[in-house]
Design a protein around this ligand. Structure first.
Ligand code: COA
Length: 258
């Protein structure tokens, strides 16, 4: 399928989605969110894709935020739809996606860009990256889950500071506070991310999907994460991957998951 604002490329079971609006620092407009949703929806049933890397085009920005030029004249109702629609179509969709999604952050990750990275399961950034939620400097709160996911990752105190100050932080601080898993150079970003992706997909896809569900369950209203874990753990015992993984261990050979 041909997209206007994203590129999708699968190689050896690793799919890279590149947000491709470099002249606007890859700002997330409504069309880009829609295209990301369609691409991810298609990939969820695509057996050739086991893991996804999301990155930005160019060497300056991952995503410099939601597209301000698109929403600055919106009414309250339009803003509600922008936030609710975006959260369900993209940010929540990514967080609950059954295949792992790595954010390969190649520069500015601001506002909706940081929110996108935070919705992903793992974050790796190039050393030129600056991260922040500058929304209050525009007279608005974060709207794509930033006020919820940032405290989950870095704790309430640091999240409050970053949100209220609108400050950008560099990668060293971002890694220190738990916002980043790894830092690498711009030129090694995709190969570093791909190496981790390949390590992840050597494991059982069904156990990976179940583990994502269990971890997320801790952060969901009305869900008991421990109970989710008990259910998912026991469900695994019916899976082909469990038979293969445990038999491979007993027979002292490498597991070969389908
Ligand atoms: N929405 C819409 N357009 C954006 C954008 C955004 N969030 N971020 C950058 N752009 C556009 C700029 O308007 C500019 O477009 P133009 O050339 O047509 O004028 C282009 O991308 C390049 O950005 P520019 O500001 O010229 O680059 P810079 O290197 O001087 O500054 C930033 C980089 C990231 C500091 C600056 O672009 C910025 O502050 N962006 C907004 C960040 C933000 O507040 N995000 C949260 C939004 S909710």
């Amino acid at each position: 399928m041909k997209f206007e604002n994203i590129l999708v490329n699968t190689n050896d079971r690793v799919t890279t989605i590149t947000i491709n609006r470099p002249s606007k620092l890859n700002a997330l407009n409504i069309l880009t969110i829609k295209e990301l949703n369609i691409a991810l929806d298609n990939l969820s049933n695509d057996e050739s894709c086991k893991i996804i890397i999301i990155t930005g085009s160019g060497n300056k920005a991952f995503v410099a935020g939601a597209d301000i030029s698109e929403f600055y004249k919106f009414s309250k109702d339009q803003a509600y739809e922008l936030s609710a629609g975006g959260q369900s179509k993209l940010f929540d969709f990514i967080e609950n996606y059954p295949k792992p999604i790595i954010a390969a952050i190649n520069g500015y990750a601001l506002g909706g860009g940081l929110e996108l990275a935070m919705a992903c399961h793992i974050r790796i950034a190039s050393d030129n990256t600056l991260m922040g939620l500058p929304e209050v400097s525009l007279g608005v709160t974060p709207g794509y889950g930033g006020t919820q996911r940032l405290p989950q990752l870095v704790g309430k105190g640091i999240a409050m500071e970053l949100i209220l100050s609108a400050n950008m932080i560099n990668v060293e601080r971002a890694e220190r506070v738990g916002l980043l898993n790894h830092i690498t150079s711009q030129e090694n970003l995709i190969s570093f991310s791909t190496d981790l992706a390949k390590k992840i997909i050597s494991n059982s896809s069904s156990a990976i999907a179940a583990s994502i569900k269990c971890v997320n369950s801790n952060f969901k209203d009305g869900e008991n994460g421990y109970l989710t874990e008990i259910n998912e753990f026991s469900n695994c015992f019916q899976s082909e991957d469990f038979i293969e993984g445990t038999n491979a261990f007993i027979k002292k050979r490498k597991a070969n998951f389908k």
